[in-house]
Design a binder for this molecule. Structure first.
Ligand code: ZN
Length: 312
C-alpha cells in the first residue's frame, strides 16, 4: 500500500522553509472515489497536494483552507479543503474531463480548467473567514498557487506539484512542495535555490520510487530521504535540513449533522417542497460520495429548526 505524509525543512541560513509531501495514497483514494479520468487525476491530485500543504502551513489547531479553481474548461472546477492537522479532501466537478496531451507530451491540466478564478477561503477561527480571489495564471495549479500567495498574501513562495499515473489512470506517485522565502532571506541562498530548482528531480517520480510497502515506523526516514534527494544539489552552506514529519492524507469528515446543515441552509420553503414532492431526501457528500437518507419526520424536524433559527 502506498502512503501519504508530509515533512518540513529549512535551509541552514534560515532563508527558506519547505513543506513537502508524498500524497500517493490520498490521490489514489480520490481517484477511486471519483472515478477520475487520467487528466482529472492529474488535476485533482495537484490540487489536493497543494491544498494539503497549504493546510499544514496554517499550523494552528482547527484552522482550515478551501481552494476552488474554477474555469470555463471541461473540468469546470476542482475544489479541495484541508486543515492544519493534515486532513485533505476534494472533488472535480467533471471527473471524466479529458483532453489530448500538450505538444510536449504533458497532460493539459491548464486546458482542463481553462480561463477562470482561484478562490481561497481561510477559516482561522474568527467569525468571518478570509476570502481571497485571483485570476488563474495557467490553470496548472502550482503556478496559480504561487501567484495567489504573492498577489493575495504578499508571500514569496515556489510551488511544485505533480502526479505520476499508473497503468489504470490512478496514482503511482504523487508529491509536491511549497517553499516559503522567509523575511530575512540571504540573496545568496535564494540564488543557490533558483540555480538548483530547474535541476530538481520530479517529485512525483521521486515519490513513486519510494518503497510502497513501508511500515509506519519506516515512513519518517523515507520522508527525510525524499527531502534530501530533492535538495541534493544545494551547496553545503544552504543545505536543507529535515525538521518535522507531519500527517497528510485523505480524510472526509462528513456526517449526518453536516448534511443536516446543508439542508437547513436551503431554507424552510425548500424543505417543505421536498417533503411535499418526495417525502424524503437522499443527500450525497460531494467529497466522498457517501449517501445520507433523511425520512419525512427528520425533514420536518429540520424545517422546524430552520424556522426557529430565523426567529432567533
Ligand atoms: Zn464525505
Amino acid at each position: 500500500m502506498s502512503f501519504s505524509k508530509a515533512i518540513t525543512g529549512m535551509d541552514r541560513s534560515g532563508s527558506f522553509r519547505i513543506y513537502m509531501g508524498i500524497t500517493t495514497s490520498a490521490v489514489q483514494q480520490a481517484h477511486m472515489l471519483h472515478g477520475t479520468s487520467p487528466l482529472a487525476t492529474h488535476l485533482l491530485g495537484r490540487a489536493l497536494t497543494g491544498t494539503g500543504l497549504f493546510g499544514l502551513m496554517l499550523r494552528e489547531p482547527g484552522f482550515k483552507v478551501t481552494l476552488q479553481f474554477k474555469g470555463d474548461g471541461p473540468a469546470e472546477q476542482v475544489l479541495c479543503t484541508a486543515d492544519s492537522a493534515g486532513n485533505v479532501k476534494g472533488y472535480v466537478a467533471n471527473p471524466q474531463a479529458d483532453l489530448p496531451p500538450k505538444e510536449d507530451g504533458s497532460p493539459d491540466v491548464g486546458g482542463a480548467l481553462g480561463t477562470g478564478i482561484l478562490t481561497c477561503i481561510r477559516d482561522t477561527g474568527t467569525a468571518e473567514p478570509y476570502v481571497g480571489k485571483v485570476d488563474l495564471v495557467s490553470g496548472e495549479i502550482a503556478e496559480d498557487l504561487t501567484y495567489y500567495f504573492l498577489a493575495s498574501e504578499q508571500q514569496n513562495t515556489l510551488v511544485s506539484l505533480g502526479v505520476k499515473l499508473d497503468e489504470n489512470g490512478g496514482a503511482a506517485g504523487a508529491g509536491g512542495m511549497i517553499i516559503q522565502v522567509l523575511p530575512d532571506a540571504l540573496d545568496e541562498a535564494i540564488d543557490a535555490l533558483e540555480a538548483w530548482l530547474p535541476l530538481i528531480p520530479s517529485l512525483s517520480v521521486l515519490a513513486a520510487e519510494m518503497p510502497s510497502d513501508a511500515t509506519e515506523d519506516e515512513i519518517p526516514e523515507i520522508m527525510r530521504e525524499f527531502m534530501r534527494r530533492a535538495f541534493s544539489g544545494m551547496p553545503e552552506e544552504y543545505a536543507v535540513d529535515p525538521l518535522d514529519i507531519l500527517p497528510l492524507d485523505w480524510n472526509c469528515d462528513c456526517s449526518e449533522e453536516r448534511l443536516e446543515e446543508v439542508l437547513i441552509s436551503l431554507g424552510s420553503k425548500e424543505i417543505s417542497a421536498i417533503i411535499e414532492e418526495d417525502g424524503e431526501a437522499e443527500v450525497t457528500c460531494q467529497f466522498c460520495g457517501k449517501s445520507y437518507h433523511f425520512d419525512k419526520p427528520h425533514l420536518e424536524a429540520l424545517r422546524m429548526k430552520c424556522i426557529t433559527r430565523k426567529m432567533n
